[in-house]
Design a protein around this ligand. Structure first.
Ligand code: HXC
Length: 258
């Protein structure tokens, strides 16, 4: 498939997707979200890819859902067609890790897309916000749900109700992003984190992702039980044998994803 709104590259075991509608600050329209879904699924099914990075431009990761595209939707358009959000869930089906590398604006759906990734690495110029309230609507791709889980009710309410943007420093303090790097180092840092992940055992990486995500869906005792079962399963992999043997032999493990 030819992509028009994203750029897709591979860097050894890492798949890189760059949102690319610069004139609209990467506003997320139906076409872009469809293309993103296709690219993500292709990486999911590509055996050589072990980690995925999604990034935007220096000015904007994404300035939100495309306001021009949805401005005239009726309730029926939105509800029956589900045009705005129908293709936003594909990323949740991806079992390989997905890192968001965010520079500039991550607003509205842009912030929500970043939060759907497994973690966010931010450039020092990153700005996060949920400004939908200024448009007479509310976050529609998880903002009111993932923000309180990622930061706190107080900050989530503040952001969603006032449309205040959070800079990278505050976002890191609050726990929304895992690291901040100078803007010109963002991609290098994100690709390096992705390469580190990609050097591990893929099935184990997938188990870790599944287990951490379970923390948001269940009670502590159920979550710990789930984790323990996956921990037990890891002993059924050749990679666990190799990882522990390599440690004892003081050498780097060679994981085979088996
Ligand atoms: C469509 C957008 C856009 C958007 C920017 N543009 N954001 N087009 N949808 N979300 C376009 C502008 O119209 C403009 O086009 C060009 O990008 C450059 O933007 P400017 O505003 O001129 O740039 P600047 O002055 O630097 O301001 C940057 C900005 C501002 C602060 C990010 O663009 C802004 O406030 N954007 C909207 C942010 C927002 O409200 N996002 C939430 C959307 S609702 P022209 O043609 O004039 O050059 C949402 C709901 C999600 O996301 C629901 C789940 C699906």
């Amino acid at each position: 498939m030819e992509f028009e709104c994203i750029l897709v590259e591979t860097k050894e075991k890492v798949g890189l997707i760059t949102l690319n509608r610069p004139k609209a600050l990467n506003a997320l329209n139906d076409q872009l979200m469809n293309e993103l879904g296709v690219a993500l699924k292709a990486f999911e099914h590509n055996d050589t890819i072990q980690c995925i990075v999604i990034t935007g431009s220096q000015k904007a990761f994404a300035a939100g859902a495309d306001i021009a595209a949805m401005a005239n939707y009726s309730f029926m358009d939105a509800y029956k067609g589900d045009y705005i959000t129908r293709n936003w869930e594909t990323i949740r089906q991806i079992r390989k890790p997905v890192i968001a590398a965010v520079a500039g604006y991550a607003l509205g759906g842009g912030c929500e897309l970043a939060m759907m990734c497994d973690f966010i690495i931010a450039a020092d110029n990153a700005k996060f916000g949920q400004p939908e309230v200024k448009l007479g609507t509310l976050p529609g791709a998880g903002g009111t749900q993932r923000l309180p889980r990622a930061i706190s009710k107080a900050k989530a309410m503040d952001m969603c109700l006032t449309a205040r943007m959070m800079d990278a420093e505050e976002a890191e303090r609050a726990g929304l992003v895992s690291r901040i790097v100078p803007a010109d180092m963002l991609l290098e840092e994100a690709l390096s984190a992705a390469a580190t992940i990609a050097s591990m055992s893929l099935p184990v990486i997938m188990m870790i992702k599944e287990s951490v995500n379970r923390a948001y869906e269940t009670t502590l005792s159920e979550g710990v039980h789930f984790e323990r079962r996956l921990f037990h399963s890891s002993f059924g992999t050749e990679d666990q044998k190799e990882g522990m043997k390599a440690f004892l032999e003081k050498r780097t493990p060679e994981f085979k994803n088996q």
